[in-house]
Design a protein around this ligand. Structure first.
Ligand SMILES: Nc1ncnc2c1ncn2[C@@H]1O[C@H](COP(=O)(O)OP(=O)(O)OP(=O)(O)O)[C@@H](O)[C@H]1O
Ligand SMILES: [Mg+2]
Length: 349
């Protein structure tokens, strides 16, 4: 094993899509520090050489990193390829949280078909991102899953934690741990945010056979969540979303999510309307809520959110169905070249 202090002071620049395909969390776990887009900074004195990496699992690599007391230098392309291989070789054994098959739905009033056969499987610990042109059906999918009355399911199935979602009322879906952060959160005049959050929290706790929280206990519980979101406690005394700015509404949606401790969070354009600091706060809070036994489905138009919350899978939706699934590199291709750039991939899919 050769230690290569000279080459370990410079940075390795990966080829197109290389770094993007490797998750930041996994890269960091492997002892490689990431600096800027697509660059790996190697610690001085790090063990260098792709041959050390080849043929090893990430866990094996981590063990070697720990033994060497430093970090291991590998090209991002090699790392990405290895991660892809590991994922392909070992199909996830994590429990399926949501399984949608052939889902079709129409607008209840007009019978206009919007969802046209959506297939989607989400497992515990996964983060999925759905991208797609305006009007492709992303919000409709999320609203149909939580039981919005504007839509009628005309075909297909949706199983949530092994139970038929469509047998349940919207509030039962919420009690079971399904959460939707709306693209355009509604205002509820006359209902204080504090009362709303506490009632929602207690309804969910009751469904999980947990003791309900009294006002004082709840204040302590929610104060911590507010802190994580850099939210002023005065928002608790205001009516739900009433007069909130666009960004404040989005933060409030994530506050609801953190209070409800959902198993599956659907975040519909949580990044829209957020300033740069708010985007970082909200994304950091979402990452903090991520656990091994829950999952996130994010709908977004931009890679900027995915830079904070690395998705396991990226899907493209078109005309009411998912037409392409890939990893983070798909979002990078979209960002770089728009939907035209991925049209040939979709055609081949
Ligand atoms: N309640 C409704 N009544 C009439 N048309 C609807 C309704 N809901 C959705 N649609 C139509 O269905 C299509 C898909 O809408 P949807 O909101 O799901 O798109 P989207 O992919 O979320 O778009 P965006 O990226 O702009 O948010 C659009 O053409 C929209 O006008
Ligand atoms: Mg939408």
């Amino acid at each position: 094993m050769a230690s290569c202090s000279s080459c370990c002071q410079h940075v390795a620049t990966p080829g197109v899509g290389g770094f993007a395909a490797a998750s930041r969390r996994e890269t960091r776990a492997a002892g490689v520090q990431v600096v800027g887009a697509g660059r790996l900074q190697l610690k001085k004195g790090a063990v260098c050489g792709e041959e050390l990496f080849r043929g090893q699992s990430l866990q094996g690599l981590q063990r070697r990193v720990r033994r060497s007391g430093g970090s291991v230098a590998v090209s991002a392309n090699a790392l990405a390829a290895q991660l892809q291989e590991e994922r392909a070789e070992k199909p996830s054994e994590a429990r399926v949280i949501l399984e949608v098959q052939g889902l079709r739905a129409v607008v209840a009033d007009t019978r206009q078909e919007i969802l046209n056969g959506v297939d989607l499987v989400i497992r515990e610990g996964e983060v999925h991102a759905i991208m797609g042109k305006n009007g492709s059906g992303k919000s409709t999918l999320s609203k149909v899953l939580v039981g919005h009355p504007d839509y009628e399911v005309t075909g297909g199935t949706a199983m949530f934690k092994g139970e038929n979602l469509f047998d349940k009322e919207p509030e039962e879906r919420s009690h079971c741990g399904l959460f939707l952060s709306f693209q355009s959160p509604v205002e509820i005049p006359g209902v204080s945010n504090m009362d709303f959050l506490r009632m929602a929290c207690n309804a969910r706790r009751k469904a999980r056979s947990l003791e309900e929280l009294g006002p004082l206990e709840f204040y302590g519980f929610v104060a911590e969540k507010l802190g994580a979101l850099n939210m002023d406690p005065k928002f608790l005394d205001r009516n739900v979303n009433e007069g909130f700015s666009g960004g404040e509404k989005k933060r409030n949606e994530i506050l609801q999510l953190s209070v409800l401790e959902a198993d599956m969070a659907i975040l519909d354009e949580i990044d829209s309307g957020l300033d740069i600091d708010a985007l970082r706060d909200v994304a950091t809070a979402v990452v903090g809520l991520k656990k091994e036994n829950n999952a996130i489905l994010m709908i977004t138009h931009y890679q900027r959110l995915l830079d904070y919350i690395t998705p396991t899978y990226v899907h493209i939706m078109e005309e009411g169905r998912i037409v392409k699934t890939g990893d983070m590199s798909l979002a990078s291709q979209l960002e770089a070249g728009g939907y035209n750039a991925v049209q040939n991939l979709i055609a081949k899919n």
